[in-house]
Design a protein around this ligand. Structure first.
Ligand SMILES: [Zn+2]
Length: 398
């Protein structure tokens, strides 16, 4: 403090600002320098607030405690605000002799640092008081264990869908989407299903009007994508909801499919089988085998139904080796050892023609399966409605 006074003495006289007398000491007959005067008042104001804090929160937050933050802010603005007293000192520097200004500036900056440090320390104390006050003023017992927030989990179908998507993305497939309400052209005609085609009976379609349908399969993605990516190699995976007029234990009017399409030069049925084998082993275990049965779809030629060896009886048809009684039949595969999971085939040249691609140059394959069905198989769920009933007792198991 002595040094402070000495340095202040160096920039006296102050032109007629302060009339406050020093309270004590040998220089008490001199008026205080404005810098010192501000510091003395700041100390006194701080002291008042600190005394309030030291009283502490009583049984509950007192009126004094509640007013603390406001008083603190007012004080801070008064001294260190833009129009506060410390800034005021700097603004008045022009009235000093030029040679006194550098030292004066340094002293004001020191005062500002001093004030900032004290305000920071005080703010921390006030926050402590606030927290202590809010704890003691309520019935909260901070030592009690907290309420457990129930952690949700992804729906089993979402988990299976994500797993399928991530597997194919790993193989370089790109995700593609298309509208669920679509034109007849995308859902049927471009896929080689003209209006009077008998295969339309296979799709129990919801019609919005004569030309607009709720898509019956995700194959409409193929048409949209081929139209917008003409003559480029295609590797897409298209998950999404599809709709059919169908409702029983294994069918729901709204269900999820996932469909893949690969188009390039020299794509063969062997590529299709290789891709599907990889996927089946990933999804149902490395022992899984597959079989393809000749089938018919208007948009693929040749077409096949694909089956995987039963996940539960390991293809044996009985549950002997899978924890069942000797000879106990496997209900999941109806003792056949195989489970049908979807359809596939090479892209029909007519489809290429419809979307304006050259079937002589390009070939491809497509396959699709129901995510609901894969989920039921993977987890042994007997009734498809479990998947949409939103019963927590069921969903909590995943
Ligand atoms: Zn089985």
């Amino acid at each position: 403090m002595a040094r402070w006074a000495e340095r202040l003495a160096g920039i006296f006289p102050w032109p007629g600002r302060s009339t406050v007398k020093r309270p004590t000491g040998p220089e008490s007959s001199n008026p205080m320098h404005p810098i010192e005067e501000i510091r003395v008042r700041l100390d006194a104001d701080m002291q008042k607030l600190e005394t309030l804090i030291a009283d502490g929160p009583g049984a509950g937050p007192s009126e004094g405690d509640k007013a603390l933050p406001k008083q603190f802010e007012d004080l801070k603005v008064k001294y260190t605000g833009k129009k506060g007293e410390i800034s005021g000192l700097l603004r008045s520097m022009g009235t000093l002799a030029p040679e006194a200004r550098p030292e004066f500036g340094k002293l004001v900056n020191e005062l500002r640092d001093y004030a900032d440090a004290r305000f920071s320390a005080l703010q921390a104390k006030i926050q402590e008081v606030e927290i202590a006050g809010s704890l003691s003023g309520s019935s909260l017992d901070a030592t009690l264990p907290g309420y457990r927030v129930p952690a949700g989990s992804l729906h089993p179908m979402t988990q299976v869908r994500e797993e399928i998507i991530s597997f194919f993305q790993g193989l370089g497939f790109e995700m593609a989407l298309a509208p669920e309400v679509d034109n007849d052209w995308y859902n049927f005609e471009a896929l080689n299903i003209p209006p009077d085609h008998p295969s339309r009976d296979m799709h129990d379609t919801f019609y919005v009007d004569d030309k607009v349908v709720l898509r019956t399969h995700t194959s409409n993605v193929q048409v949209h994508y081929m139209e917008t990516h003409r003559d480029q190699p295609i590797r897409i995976i298209a998950p999404g909801f599809v709709y059919r007029v169908d409702n029983d234990a294994t069918h729901s009017p709204m269900f999820q499919q996932v469909e893949c399409l690969v188009v390039d030069k020299d794509i063969s049925f062997a590529n299709l089988k290789g891709t599907l084998f990889l996927w089946a082993k990933h999804m149902f275990g490395t022992e899984t085998t597959m079989r393809f049965r000749p089938s018919y779809f208007p948009f693929t030629e040749p077409s096949a139904e694909m089956d995987v060896s039963c996940y539960f009886c390991k293809g044996s048809g009985t549950l002997d080796g899978a924890g069942g009684a000797p000879g106990q039949p496997c209900r999941t595969c109806k003792t056949t050892g195989w489970i049908e999971i979807g359809g596939c085939g090479s892209v029909d040249p007519n489809v290429f023609g419809k979307v304006g691609w050259d079937p002589e140059k390009f070939s491809g394959f497509a396959f699709g399966f129901g995510i609901d069905r894969i989920t039921m198989l993977k987890y042994g769920i007997p009734d498809i409605s479990h998947l949409t009933r939103n019963d927590n007792r069921f969903l909590k198991q995943f």
